[in-house]
Ligand binder design. Sequence first.
Ligand code: OSB
Ligand code: MG
Length: 371
Amino acid sequence: MKIERIELHLIELALVHPFETSFGRQATRACILVSVHAGGLTGWGECTAESGPWYSCETVETAWHILRDFLVPQLLGKAVSSPADVVACSRRIRGHPMARAALENAVWDLLAQADSVPLAAMLNQGAPYRERVTVGVSVGIEPTLGELLERVAQYVDEGYARVKLKIKPGWDVDVVRAVRERWPDLMLQVDANSAYTPADTPVFQELDRLGLLLIEQPFHYDDIVDHARLQAVLRTPICLDESIRAPEHARWALEIGACRVINIKVGRVGGLSAACQIHDLCSERGIPVWCGGMLETNIGRALNVAVATLPGFTLPGDISASARYYRQDIAEPNFELNEDSTLTVPRRAGLGVQIVPDRLAAVRLRHLVCT
Ligand code: OSB
Ligand code: MG
């Protein structure tokens, strides 16, 4: 298919409830959507870069720059028959995985639509795959323990069987213990978003006693050596998120024992091709993976649901129902939580969700059409 036109859309949506991590509190989510137009079809990709360089060094503005000035010009007018053609186009660009992923993922959607198959079927290459993916919910830091317990109770009542608590120094052992005492059998895990240093090892030794599924990204995003030292003294698996930004990072982390679980975020690792490589590497080594989230709209959520159908995704993903994030999404239909803490994999072609043009226009801050 010849790529005829590519559009960039910068949007901003208000979150249903502010989300606080060790980086800070956010009430809105800005993101770039990429649409790739060819042969009467449109593929969509969501860029997971955020407003500020806290989780990742990429931001909405760096991604806009790299897409507009480097990625889009290399793809426009090209004939594309497989996602590998897009990967080849962007190979010369160092870093900027979230910008690269947005474009590559849009082409996956386009090609799946052209073949009239769901994205999950394309990813699984004809092998049978699950019809529902198991999910949990990521719960931000709250002003008080009482408010946190209320929020967790609400999600447990809604049917989430796995809860992830954000932690930071001063909001860790006591908080996690209180949740564990109230819900002794809940699948529970924590995410520090790099807020600790090796001097805090005793905190993790305390958390190690609370029956957690995993401890996500305790130390700095470049610090896999210190993660390996910590993993050696813990029973609970360490899961790396920020540290894994390419397939090589996954291999290096596993080779030195820096983690026993990997969180795969398609944007963070540079697109679906890289995500599949990490999945395959982890499967070969018996390492469980799960799909992380970045407060996506239904475009990114549909992508996450599709990738989570790969067989190595054996832990619940941070892919909550649409209503947990936004009052009105820019794409339909919404994902609803099933009673078994799963989301249903769409059966329609491509991502299986449809942009609602009026809703997109209503939240769009900037629009660029490239031909
Ligand atoms: O570290 O997993 C994270 C959201 C934004 C940035 C980083 C993270 C998160 C989440 C939210 O935990 C997961 C979700 O989308 O539900
Ligand atoms: Mg994380």
